[in-house]
Write a new protein. Structure first.
Length: 466
């Protein structure tokens, strides 16, 4: 049976028919052959068989035979600027990798972050991401409007976006990892974060840009910045994001510096709650998971980056069983050079099957849910995106599954999760096409490739000279 929502005024409609559909709603409703009707920026109806007759103002009809329609993918953790430092320090663990790369990252400027954001966003959008986020925390003095450049790139690409405005105030002289000239003061970080929220955050249902408060990590910020950052976010009514429990070295650091593990430290600074999500959460014991479940704290699971940096295997099956909200993240492309989220569906499933739960760890539909509805939960937007339901925003993807890579796999969801990365024939964000036949519609991919290569070379020269 089709669900429907009546628009209040005539709008342009896009009709998609003859598609396999995985709605990822609460009942995991699926249709072997169904339709989706998009009216303006909302899903108007979805169901089995053909679309309703007599629809007015239909501007496009899509015969989606041979395709699976899913909600758009939601990326919950990334560092866009790292697009121009890919392929470096490839045999390092997290702390050594940071020490190797921070001197280079500390030389970024507005032109570099814009190009890197274009590269990061373009690669994700081509692979079915409709909602992206960027945790940007490196703000060298005199580097320009870095936050504005990232938001501009997302707006031009047409992707829904959350900027997690990061910060660092613990440098080498304070026992941290970043160079002294690469961090902000406590007061400066808080003031700049508040300004970014007030200038760019949109709290509306169909917001294209939102902002979160996001001190970088326990080992790169002071306790006072953690505490005051949490207070600032709640005063402004926005979400909170940081890195947590990524490596055994981090856990040791927290015990040495604070006399407690990361989760207890987060709780002591006001950083557990249903308005908070943490990246990684690899090294979590039972009580840590229980604390996240009790408080509704979310997790951005980044399987490829965790493997690249040899951080370990996050206990995702245990988190899900406890009721912890979990989404997927690319992480920065200096630790996940592919920069794609649709490959993380497969990697999350495979890597978690190497853990204690083995073949029962995750299945294809759980992996798809992590990359869609789970991500929407983590970003605080589950009422708006993450599943295909009447009244929700029209963020959806048509995956081509009748080609050589997928045609012999009978189950469509298994095809896109277990199989090769499926081509994207059409991607809608807010009801507007952003990708068609695997190509970006609102950006020149060749120009982005040139600019990212040039900016990567320029950054390498500046870092070498410094």
């Amino acid at each position: 049976m089709a669900a429907s929502a009546n628009p209040s005024s005539p709008v342009e409609r896009i009709v998609i028919e003859n598609a396999a559909i995985a709605t990822v709603d609460a009942q995991d409703t699926e249709y072997a052959s169904g339709h989706v009707v998009v009216a303006g920026n909302r899903i108007e109806s979805i169901g089995a068989g053909k679309a309703p007759e007599g629809l007015e103002n239909v501007v496009r009809r899509v015969d989606a035979t041979g395709h699976l329609v899913t909600p758009g993918l939601v990326n919950t953790h990334h560092h866009f600027y790292q697009w121009i430092t890919r392929g470096l320090a490839t045999d390092h663990n997290l702390f050594n990798w940071l020490v190797a790369l921070y001197p280079t990252w500390a030389r970024i400027d507005e032109q570099m972050t814009y190009a890197a954001a274009q590269g990061s966003l373009g690669m994700m959008a081509r692979g079915g991401v409709t909602t992206a986020m960027d945790h940007h925390y490196v703000f060298p003095k005199g580097s320009g409007d870095l936050s504005g450049s990232i938001i501009r790139a997302a707006s031009e690409m047409g992707v829904r976006f959350t900027l997690a405005r990061g910060s660092m105030d613990r440098s080498e002289k304070d026992g941290g990892l970043p160079p002294d000239f690469a961090v902000e003061t406590l007061e400066g970080a808080l003031a700049a974060t508040e300004e970014t929220v007030k200038k760019h955050h949109d709290a509306s249902f169909d917001a294209m840009t939102q902002v979160a408060v996001a001190p970088c990590s326990p080992f790169s910020v002071s306790t006072e910045l953690m505490k005051q950052g949490a207070e600032l976010a709640r005063r402004l009514g926005v979400r909170l994001h940081t890195h947590g429990s990524e490596t055994v070295e981090e856990e040791k650091f927290c015990h040495e510096l604070f006399g407690m593990g990361p989760t207890d430290y987060f709780e002591s600074t006001g950083w557990l709650g249903d308005d908070v999500w943490m990246a990684h959460c690899v090294h979590m014991n039972d009580s840590d998971i229980a604390a996240f479940a009790r408080t509704g704290t979310g997790v951005a699971h980044c399987p490829s980056s965790n493997a690249r940096l040899a951080a370990g295997i996050a206990r995702v099956p245990d988190m899900l069983a406890a009721g912890v909200p979990v989404g997927l993240g690319v992480d920065g492309t200096a630790s996940n050079e592919s920069g794609e989220l649709h490959t993380e569906l497969r990697n999350a499933l495979l890597i978690n099957r190497l853990g204690a739960h083995r073949e029962a760890a995750l299945n294809a539909r759980q992996a798809l849910r992590l990359g869609t509805y789970g991500g929407a939960q983590v970003l605080g937007r589950a009422t708006q995106i993450g599943s295909l339901e009447a009244g929700k925003l029209a963020d959806l993807v048509l995956w081509k599954i009748d080609g050589i890579g997928h045609a012999s796999i009978a189950d469509p969801v298994t095809a896109i999760v277990f199989g090769a990365a499926a081509p994207v024939t059409l991607s809608l964000v807010n009801g507007r096409p952003v990708v068609e036949n695997g190509r970006l519609l609102h950006a020149d991919e060749d120009a982005i490739a040139r600019s990212t290569r040039e900016e990567a070379q320029r950054l390498a020269r500046i870092a070498a000279e410094s």
